[in-house]
Structure formats: structure tokens, C-alpha cells
Ligand binder design. Structure first.
Ligand code: ADE
Length: 242
């Protein structure tokens, strides 16, 4: 797939695109990255990309012309365009999966007080990464890119994303590694037993308990598998879940 970012701050992406799993995915050709400097599309001598808001108010608003010209320069028939904004729909794992199956994702990052609202109708979606306001869309776009790129085939070990939090609607069970005993803090015996069926049941139990405690909203809307139903029944009988 290809991801194009429209931004005033392309330098912010340097380390992100050259580090760890994301860096490797790009090296392996799983994803092609392109950063487009919106300022290159400004038409005046001072390369202005922002101006004062009509109607008054504090701060500057990003002008539509440089953004829309930048967009036109990269958009093709198969492109999906998203704008990062605290006013958008909340990003989640389902959206990450959808985006990971696309040929070309274009991400517009705003800065200053906002973007001229006439840009909105040129975008397919407006996406927020959470209920807080950042200084710009760049970090938010990296969150989206990270979640998408790691899902591309060959990016991380095959199957290792399947059991994770949010993939099946529940939070992931706790993981442990060596040593089995750290200053008296021992890994649960069941994980050292080699008994695969019991380990699986233990992990489902933990997933259910953790999700129930930390994310009752996810627990509420989860569609339980027959195996999860069985474990849930046991937890209710033991009084661990009401
Ligand atoms: N830009 C500023 N705040 C943002 C947020 N929460 N999500 C996406 N883009 C943003």
C-alpha cells in the first residue's frame, strides 16, 4: 500500500519512518511512504499557508487553496482521504484493519487553530485519535500509520496480531517471560505446566476478567464464543464476575 501525508512539518516523520517495525516495513517495500509539504503549494511570495479567521477570533486558520492543490497533486481514483482532527470520528482497530486493506491512504494534518471548513467536503473521513486536543495532526497521523502498517502482511510475525487486545473485542491476557521467579514474584504456575488446554482456558479467563474490570463498555457489547461462554459461566459461579 501507499500512504501519503500532507503536512507543514515533514521533518517530524523522520525517526518514526526509520525506526523498528515501521522502518523495516518500508525497507521491505510493504508500504510506500510519501510526505508532501503543503507550503510548497502556497502561491504568494511569503508562502503563507494560514490567515486570520473570518468573523474574528483567536489564532490562525489554514487556507484551503494550498491544501486542496497539495491534495490534487497526489490524489488518484483509488485514494482514500482522511483528515486528522479532534472533531472527527474516533479511530479504532476496526478502522486500522480497513485502512490496511487500501491501496492508497492520504492523511491530511492540520495545525494552528484549524483548517478552512471548505476543505471538509474534499475528504472521505475526519478522524480523531481521542478526546483531547493536540497541537497538530502529525502525531495523530503517526498513531494511525503505526496501527495500520503493523497489520500489513509481513510486517510482524504472522498471527501475532490475532490474539491482541481489540482484535477479538476483548483486552489481551497478561504475558510473562524469564525469569519464572523475579525476587519472589512468581509467574502463574499454570503457564509453566505445559498443559495447553488449561493455559488457553486461563488466558480466556484473564481476558474476560480484565476486560470486565477495565472496559465494561467493551465487555457489554462483546459477542462471546462458546468457549468464552463456558469460562464466563465458571467465573460467575465463582463470584468473580457478577
Ligand atoms: N489534531 C489535534 N487533536 C487531534 C486529535 N485528538 N486527533 C486527531 N487529530 C488531532
Amino acid at each position: 500500500m501507499k500512504i501519503t501525508v500532507l503536512t507543514l512539518f515533514p521533518d517530524m516523520y523522520h525517526d518514526f519512518l526509520h525506526t523498528s517495525i515501521i522502518g523495516r516495513a518500508i525497507e521491505r517495500g510493504l508500504v510506500e511512504m510519501e510526505c508532501v509539504q503543503i507550503r510548497d503549494f502556497a502561491t504568494d511570495n511569503y508562502r503563507h499557508v494560514d490567515d486570520r479567521p473570518f468573523g474574528g477570533g483567536k489564532g490562525q486558520v489554514m487556507k484551503c487553496q494550498p491544501i486542496l492543490d497539495a491534495l490534487d497533486s497526489v490524489k488518484t481514483e483509488g485514494s482514500h482521504t482522511i483528515m486528522m482532527s479532534p472533531l472527527g470520528t474516533t479511530f479504532d482497530q476496526k478502522k486500522a484493519r480497513q485502512y490496511s486493506e487500501m491501496d492508497h491512504l492520504i492523511i491530511l494534518c492540520g495545525h494552528y487553530e484549524g483548517i478552512d471548513a471548505r476543505v471538509n467536503k474534499h475528504m472521505d473521513e475526519m478522524i480523531s485519535i481521542g478526546d483531547y486536543v493536540l497541537t497538530g495532526g502529525e502525531i495523530a497521523s503517526m498513531v494511525v500509520m503505526d496501527a495500520v502498517i503493523r497489520l500489513l502482511k509481513g510486517s510482524i510475525t504472522e498471527g501475532s496480531a490475532d490474539d491482541e487486545s481489540y482484535e477479538n473485542g476483548l483486552l489481551e491476557y497478561p504475558q510473562y517471560t524469564q525469569p519464572a521467579d523475579y525476587k519472589g514474584d512468581r509467574v502463574p504456575d499454570i503457564l509453566l505446566s505445559g498443559h495447553h488446554a488449561k493455559i488457553e482456558e486461563y488466558r480466556i479467563e484473564q481476558s474476560l476478567l480484565i476486560t470486565h474490570e477495565r472496559r465494561p463498555d467493551l465487555f457489554e457489547k462483546h459477542v462471546f464464543t462458546p468457549q468464552e461462554e463456558k469460562v464466563l459461566k465458571k467465573l460467575k459461579k465463582e463470584g468473580k464476575i457478577q
